[in-house]
Design a protein around this ligand. Structure first.
Ligand SMILES: C[S@@+](CC[C@H](N)C(=O)[O-])C[C@H]1O[C@@H](n2cnc3c(N)ncnc32)[C@H](O)[C@@H]1O
Length: 338
C-alpha cells in the first residue's frame, strides 16, 4: 500500500506495491514549496512524486523503465500540468529542465521490478536472466554467457563483494560450454550446487552474484556518480539534493561527492590561487536511517540511508568522476538508452 498523503493524487497511477522509503525525511530534506520545480530522478511507483505534488510544487519525474513511466501517465494527466514524466537515465537529469529547486534520487529497483519474475531480477523466481531496468541493451544473460572468466570474477568481486568470485566465474565458464544460462533459477541453482549451502546460511549463495550483475548491467554506480555531478549543474543556489541509497557501494559515492563539494580549498603555496575553490554544496545532516517502526512496516527500509546537501552560489565544478573511486570494470558497459 502506498502512503496516503490525503490528496486525490495518491489514489491514481495504477496498481502500486512499492512503499516509499524514508518519505517524511526526504520531504523534510527537500522542503518543497508551491513555486518550486523538483526533479524526482527515480519515479518508480511515484511515492515521492505524489508527496511533492501535494506540497504544491511541480515535478519533473524521470525513470528509465518504460513500465514505470506508462503506469505514471494517469497521474501526469491529473496533475494540472505540474508533473512531467520523462523516460531517460537519471544521469541526464540536467538535460530535462533548465534549473531546479530540488533533486531527489531513491537508488535501486522498485518492488514492482523485483516482484515480476519476467524482469529477471530475482533468484527466487524463475524468469529470463534479464535485469535491465530500461528493457534495452545488454542483459545479464549476455554478460554471463559472453564475458571472459576473469572479467566475470572482477564484476562479482567488485560489485557483489563476493569472496568466492573466482570459483563461481570458473564454474560459469565450464557450464556455459555445455549449455548457456538463460533463466534466473538456472544460474541460482548452478551457484548453489557448486558452492553448497549450510542450513545455517541465511542468505542464498547466489545473492551477491545477482547483485553484481544487476549493478553492472544497469551501470548503477556510474549513473549515480554522473547524476550527482548533473545535480550540481542544475540546482539553483539554495536548491536541495536528497539521495537515498541501499548499500555501502552507493552510499560511499554520495558521501564522497558531498564531502568533496562541501570542502573549501583556499589559494596557498601548495594550491595556487587559480586552483582555489569554494564549496558548491553545504552538507545538510549526516546519514539518516529508518526508525524501528518503518523497518517493521517495510523491511526494505532496513538498509536505507538518506544523505542531503544544499547548493551554494558557487559555480559548478568540472565534472571529474575520478573523485568517486569507481571500480575499473571490464567489457562493454550497458548501452545508454538516450
Ligand atoms: C526504488 S525505486 C523508486 C521508488 C520511488 N521513490 C517511489 O516512491 O515509488 C527506483 C526506480 O528508479 C529507477 N531507476 C533506477 N536507476 C535509474 C537510472 N539510472 N535512471 C533512471 N531511472 C532509474 C528504477 O527503474 C525504479 O523504477
Amino acid at each position: 500500500m502506498m502512503a496516503d498523503h490525503g490528496d486525490d493524487l495518491s489514489a491514481v497511477g495504477g496498481p502500486v506495491r512499492h512503499i516509499p522509503v524514508l518519505l517524511a525525511e526526504v520531504l523534510e530534506a527537500l522542503a518543497p514549496t508551491a513555486d518550486d520545480v523538483i526533479i524526482d530522478g527515480t519515479f518508480g511507483a511515484g511515492g515521492y512524486t505524489k508527496a511533492i505534488l501535494a506540497s504544491g510544487a511541480s515535478v519533473v519525474a524521470i525513470d528509465r523503465d518504460p513500465d514505470a513511466i506508462a503506469a505514471g501517465r494517469s497521474l501526469e494527466q491529473q496533475s494540472d500540468g505540474r508533473l512531467r514524466l520523462v523516460q531517460a537515465p537519471f544521469s541526464t537529469l540536467d538535460e530535462q529542465v533548465e534549473s531546479a529547486d530540488g533533486v531527489v534520487l531513491d537508488i535501486g529497483i522498485s518492488s514492482m521490478q523485483v516482484d515480476q519474475a519476467e524482469r529477471g531480477f530475482s533468484f527466487r523466481a524463475d524468469g529470463p536472466l534479464d535485469m535491465r531496468m530500461a528493457q534495452a541493451g545488454l542483459s545479464a544473460a549476455d554478460v554471463v554467457n559472453s564475458f571472459k572468466m576473469g572479467d566475470l570474477a572482477r564484476i562479482f568481486g567488485f560489485l557483489g563483494e563476493e569472496r568466492n568470485a573466482g570459483r563461481i566465474a570458473r564454474m560459469i565458464e565450464a557450464r556455459r560450454e555445455k549449455r548457456l544460462f538463460e533463466r534466473t533459477l538456472d544460474l541460482a541453482d548452478a551457484i548453489e550446487t557448486h558452492m553448497g549451502r549450510a542450513p545455517k546460511d541465511k542468505i542464498h549463495p547466489a545473492t551477491r552474484v545477482f547483485q553484481a550483475l544487476r549493478i553492472f548491467v544497469n551501470d548503477e554506480l556510474g549513473e549515480l556518480a554522473k547524476a550527482l555531478v548533473a545535480s550540481e549543474r542544475v540546482l539553483k543556489p539554495g536548491g536541495r539534493l536528497a539521495v537515498v541509497t541501499f548499500h555501502s557501494l552507493e552510499d560511499r559515492i554520495v558521501k564522497r561527492f558531498i564531502a568533496d563539494r562541501a570542502d573549501v580549498a583556499t589559494g596557498s603555496r601548495h594550491l595556487p590561487e587559480a586552483h582555489a575553490r569554494t564549496a558548491t554544496f553545504s552538507k545538510a545532516g549526516g546519514g539518516v536511517t529508518a526508525g524501528d517502526a518503518e523497518v517493521a512496516a517495510n523491511p526494505r527500509a532496513r538498509s536505507a540511508r538518506l544523505r542531503a546537501a544544499i547548493r551554494t552560489e558557487a559555480p559548478a565544478r568540472a565534472s571529474d568522476l575520478s573523485i568517486f573511486g569507481l571500480p575499473k570494470l571490464p567489457g562493454i558497459q550497458a548501452p545508454r538508452e538516450r
